[in-house]
Write a protein that binds this ligand. Sequence first.
Ligand code: 5GP
Ligand code: ZN
Length: 116
Amino acid sequence: MTDHSCLFCKMVARTIPVKRVHEDDRCIAIEDINPQAPTHVLVMPRTHIATLNDLAAADEALAGHLLRVGAEIARGRGHADAGWRATFNVNRGAGQTVFHIHLHVLGGRPFSWPPG
Ligand code: 5GP
Ligand code: ZN
């Protein structure tokens, strides 16, 4: 449920203070400390799940909730029509550095494909 050594669990628990741009009973969202676009928000569940590899069937609704909250944040910042990027990095080979799942919501600039 909570991993006391996990940075994002500490943010959820307020052991480490961080400004929340959204919160509800299942997730919180914060501004990324090292933004890669004008909008760079991280949406994370309150519960500790290390990577998407660890998602259980019981987490399906939670995973969908993270996506819907991310879409609402993107819409609220005016990115719905121009386009925005939703990313989960999974494990180190894909760039994951914090092992508590989080949706990157990136917007406000053009995005190329394939990603780097
Ligand atoms: P990952 O690389 O795991 O997909 O994403 C982790 C993200 O967390 C990175 O974009 C990184 O900039 C962000 N991050 C790491 N430490 C902190 C922090 O202390 N505060 C905030 N707001 N973001 C952080
Ligand atoms: Zn955690």
